[in-house]
Design a protein. Structure first.
Lengths: 112, 112
């Protein structure tokens, strides 16, 4: 019953450092998503993928990159961390029908 | 991008009280979902509404989709401390990419 797993759970970065947030799902879902959630706010879509090898930008893609080499994995890359990227990051996956997004537990990232 | 406004932003009530939270947009939704998010976890789907005027019940929770499909409400009867959480509405895009646009959420606290 793993569902969507994310690592790490917490991370502190210094300005200018880079890191990759990992996301894996074991439900054979084609659709995968990355969101960020700032305090007291809803979720904003960063990037999404409709299948292996296909990715596209969401609402707030600047400063991030993704890849989708397999159905299971959808890592999110931060190249030059900035304080504005301090947030909680959620990965999600979904099948086409029924349409329900399953979320991972999140990664809390602080950039100082 | 479809803008979803949720109200109230915060709500604190006593156990046993009833409450209603709202989700509104100036645009027509193709369909809409409600999620609940507990601290330190990702959102979990509660319901999907598709048809204008639709009413769905989930135990003490009643979800309504406006006739014009521009608004939705969530009513909780006899709230319990276990209902505490962030309630998010999300509109499903009509395109093949199947994206969600989230509202900013209603933070509900039910006091024992």
């Amino acid at each position: 019953n793993a569902g969507v797993t994310q690592t790490p759970k917490f991370r502190i970065l210094k300005i200018g450092q880079s890191m990759t947030l990992q996301c894996t799902q074991d439900m054979n879902h084609n659709y995968m998503y990355w969101y960020r959630q700032d305090p007291g706010m809803g979720l904003k879509l960063i990037y999404y993928s409709v299948g292996a090898g296909i990715t596209d930008k969401g609402e707030v893609p600047n400063g991030y990159n993704v890849s989708r080499s397999t159905t299971e994995d959808f890592p999110l890359r931060l190249e030059l961390a900035a304080p504005s990227q301090t947030s909680v990051y959620f990965c999600a996956s979904s099948s086409a029908n029924p349409y329900e997004q399953y979320f991972g537990p999140g990664t809390r990232l602080t950039v100082t | 991008t479809q803008l979803l406004e949720q109200s109230p932003q915060f709500l604190s009530i006593q156990e046993g009280e009833n409450l209603t939270v709202y989700c509104n947009s100036s645009s027509v939704f193709s369909s809409l979902q409600w999620y609940r998010q507990e601290p330190g976890e990702g959102p979990v789907l509660l319901v999907t509404v598709v048809t204008g005027g639709e009413v769905k019940k989930l135990k003490r929770l009643t979800f309504q989709f406006g006739d014009a499909r521009k608004d939705s409400s969530l009513h909780i009867t006899a709230a319990q401390p276990g209902d505490t959480g962030l309630y998010l509405c999300a509109a499903i895009s009509s395109g093949s990419a199947r994206q969600l646009t989230f509202g900013s959420g209603t933070q509900l606290t039910v006091l024992p």
